[in-house]
Design a protein around this ligand. Structure first.
Ligand code: GLN
Length: 538
């Protein structure tokens, strides 16, 4: 295999321009041409990982098979490429400094003064090269978080400068920028892009490709101007206009030849083998749905949709698989109580209670579940949503008034959800939950088995509390069945209600594994149940 090629993606002018989506879109095009590609995200914050960050700060925390708590962009990488990522795909400043400081304590620097350059930059470079060194990938795309000019991004930009110099033709830099539109004069302005490229150049980095986010088409004249002032070839000035869906971006990039510009510059062959048939078929189903359903998403961070990114995307995949448009009704669990539940949920085709932590808004989740259970609305509970379903059933069907999770009430006499044995001695918050892929065995004759169509599955976890098996007999006696269990530990991973058309609670996070090529079966089946429910109503 030829040596790995490296693509660096930087951002300028503002944050939130969608570097993750551009990286994933380019990777999709290259993969559709037969190249093996992976994407990595470098995050310049000092937290070791986003696992301890509040969703208000950082959106969803995405979990990989190997149990890494990572940036939500890794979710996009997996959804686009249908290929798992790992801890190596997400690097933070915290992690970089931690390993440099650990090495310093071990005496690895032989008495030298430890400095940002070369020690921190070397550590960053190693972490970039580590994916290429596996021999698995022909192209590694590395997305640098933040915006050019940020103080904390400087060591990363310096690492890119050095690698670009060392790798020569085998590395390339894409700079994503914004071309603002001045409504008053009706003009698109290039100056912020010129300045942000100058900022990069001050650090010794010359971009090869400019991807320009814009609300309006950029003219030939603007391309010419940007090429001239930023030292970039005119065909390497790519427009990225606002898209109706993130999944249309690979096609928009293809229409502008981004993949060919990159391959040519990296001196890789451009064959006539681009295969986007399945991708386009998926887009067609998204654009022309036959059905429409509305599903309530109940959580406590609903004002920030990024907190539930993977769930939203899983609904898009599952919707397309069912040729349905899934509309999400965002419902704040703090607004729910027994009386208001009907008002919020009455006309929904399905109810999803989201993962979460802590007491705030928990009672509202129980009220929503009671409503979905008694009104026979298709229900999916994920992680805390599953735990809440167990608690609701214990209180209202088994009659254990004070049933709870010990997370909410450590003193309860009916701890139907309790701390896992191996969590009892845990003191640190970061990276200490039950994390990553675990096996689960399904009971035949369950919705789960019908959904997955096999007995053994593997799903990703992120929690500390579990179903308390002491109460299993009582639950099953009244019709809440454990239909999926961990074969080694016997932990209950899935519960289902017998007397209900579709009521499933899962301790794991199916949303992390849903991709365009492989929509998650639980979401597909849940949306199918919602469609059926909506047709019965009509
Ligand atoms: N707070 C619950 C636990 O730690 C659920 C976590 C979650 O929903 N991810 O077990």
């Amino acid at each position: 295999m030829p040596s790995t090629k490296y693509v660096f993606v930087t951002g300028g002018v503002t944050s939130s321009l969608g570097k993750g989506i551009i990286s994933a879109s380019l990777a999709t095009l290259l993969q559709s041409r037969g190249y093996s590609v992976t994407i990595q995200k470098l995050d310049p914050y000092i937290n070791i990982d986003p696992g301890t960050l509040n969703p208000y700060e950082h959106g969803e925390c995405y979990v990989t098979n190997d149990g890494a708590e990572t940036d939500l962009d890794l979710g996009h990488y997996e959804r686009f490429l249908n290929r798992p990522t790992s801890q190596a795909n997400n690097v933070t400043t915290g992690r970089v400094y931690q390993s440099v400081i650990d090495k310093e304590r071990q005496g690895a620097y032989l008495g030298k003064t430890v400095q940002v350059i070369p020690h921190i930059t070397d550590e960053i470079k190693n972490r970039i090269m580590v994916l290429g060194n596996t021999g698995e990938f022909e192209i590694v795309i590395t997305e640098i978080g933040g915006t050019v000019g940020d103080i904390e991004a400087l060591p990363y930009i310096e690492a890119v400068r050095q690698l670009r110099w060392e790798l020569g033709e085998n590395a390339l830099v894409i700079h994503l920028t914004l071309i603002p539109h001045l409504a008053a004069t009706g003009e698109l302005k290039t100056k912020p892009t010129q300045h942000s490229v100058q900022k990069l150049q001050e650090s010794g980095v010359q971009p090869d490709v400019l991807v320009c986010r814009s609300e309006h088409h950029i003219t030939d004249e603007i391309r010419r101007k940007l090429a001239q002032f930023c030292n970039v070839k005119k065909e390497a000035v790519i427009e990225s206009i606002d898209a109706e869906t993130i999944y249309a971006v690979p096609i928009l990039m293809r229409n502008q030849n981004l993949d060919e510009v990159v391959l040519k510059r990296l001196d890789l062959p451009i064959e006539d083998n681009l295969d986007l048939v399945n991708w386009k078929d998926f887009l067609y189903k998204l654009r022309y749905p036959k059905y429409e359903v509305e599903i309530g998403l109940i959580g406590k961070y609903v004002e920030l949709h990024d907190s539930y990114k993977s769930i939203v995307e899983a609904f898009i995949h599952a919707g397309a698989a069912n040729e349905a448009k899934v509309n999400i009704r965002w419902i704040h669990s703090e607004n729910l109580n027994e009386e208001s539940a009907a008002k919020y949920l009455e006309d929904l085709d399905g109810v999803l209670v989201a993962p979460g932590f802590g007491e705030r808004g928990f009672d509202g989740k129980l009220d929503a579940i009671k409503y979905a259970r008694t009104q026979k609305i298709p229900f999916l509970g994920i992680c805390l949503g599953m735990q809440a379903a167990v608690i609701e059933f214990a209180r209202n069907v088994l009659g254990f008034q004070d049933a709870n999770s010990t997370e909410m009430n450590p003193q309860t006499e009916h701890p139907v959800i309790a701390l896992m044995e191996d969590q009892k001695s845990v003191k640190d918050m970061g990276g200490t939950m039950r994390l990553g892929a675990c096996d689960c065995e399904l009971k035949e004759d369950s919705i789960a088995f019908k959904t997955y169509k096999r007995k053994k599955i593997s799903e990703r976890h992120r929690h500390r509390y579990e179903f308390n098996n002491k109460f299993l007999k009582e639950f099953e006696g009244k019709g809440l069945m454990a239909t999926g269990t961990n074969p080694e530990t016997n932990l209950v991973e899935i519960v289902e209600l017998l007397d209900h058309p579709w009521f499933v609670g899962v301790q794991f996070h199916p949303e992390y594994k849903s991709t365009v090529a492989n929509p998650h079966p639980l979401f597909v089946n849940f949306v199918a149940a919602a469609i059926q429910n909506s047709q019965q109503e009509n």
